[in-house]
Design a protein around this ligand. Sequence first.
Ligand code: GLC
Length: 442
Amino acid sequence: MKLWNKKVAGATVLTMSLLLAACSGDDESTDTGNNDAGSDTGGDDGATEEQEQVTITYAAGVDVTGATDKLIEEFEAQNPNIDVEYREMPADTGASHDQYVTMFSSQDASIDVFDADVIWPAEFAQGQYALELDRFIEADGINMDDYFPGTVASGQFNGRQYAMPKFTDAGLLYYRTDIVETPPTTWDELMTMAAELQGEAGTEFGYLMQANQYEGMVTNAIEFIASHGGQVVDENNEVVVNSPETIAGIQTMIDIVNSDFVPSNILSFQETETNNAWVGGQAVFARNWPYMQSTSADEEASEVAGNVGFATLPEGDAGSAATLGGWMTMINRYSENQEAAWEFVKFMTGAEGQTISAVEGGRAPTIEALYEETEVQEAATLFANEQFVETLQNAVPRPVTPIYPRISDIMQVQLSRALAGEITAEEAAANMQEEMEAAMAE
Ligand code: GLC
């Protein structure tokens, strides 16, 4: 309750500053030209009268919501000397990642700003692909305490900030309010209810999740593992995945994947398959990211509009756990327009940009106070839900390490084998431990 009051107070301050910012739109662009943020690069500082026209390239995954276009449009209106060119990247996080690595490892400067999955910053910092942002953050007086701590931590490497949080994701349990009165609180309850209620109101399945061999399956696995008290890598960067807690988590995941209440092709389910089956009215419960709240509510495309509730994911022995997902914004270390790039990053990840992302794109803000803004609350009922904000605050990050792609790959292979019944939960945990230790030692 105390926290709630604090949030309200913060929101008032924020509303004021948004109003002030809105009233002084011109100042913003003057600011950009004089650029306190990085005047140390020299050359054109001093008595600059004419603002030089700059074009920056911004890369981000396919965005069907229109939020990206709106962000660029607003930014350009406020910064007439900066043009933003949008380069569309694949929607799939793994595919985008590989393209960036190819470009940045050859010091390609054609992209200035890019969106990064929360699992990339450490790797991109270590690989010297990304610009360190602390001096910009300090010069512009940005208070990182305004952001959810987990999202800030995802952008750090060796104590420095390499990425600014743009929007956040956390796994949620969706349920059909026309079938379920009270959502389950434990995995055992979920399994009992999914088996019992499957078939009601024309549904085919009790539960949907992401079990395909890809990054999204790793996020599901971490929820099972953490809700049973297990961890993959601990605070000291030690691999601790082979524990009774982790094994219990994997076992629950195996039990659900092999139950009769999930689709028989659950091993090929990613977010898209989950969303399609869900909005088609095929399931009683589903695990997905916050965006499915928007697709569920779409009167035209969804058969379940008005019949969808959401809750925290079920508890294991150690409580409920949601994996922290989301996207950040970073600057290419080889960008030739670093000051302008920062202005765009600052805009997109600041209060105004995040409000655009929430309202136009249904993305969950990383600035806590925005959840008190009427505009944001009206964009999606989820954003007005106190429990959801708590879930975001407590979300479990994936291991923060430059070799995260390796760690994820090991999990994907071993867990897929366990889900397919080729190895036991114990064997999967032992294999992951051994392979991750070897990978970390390299
Ligand atoms: C969502 C999350 C991202 C995660 C991905 C997995 O896009 O925001 O962090 O890696 O799903 O599919």
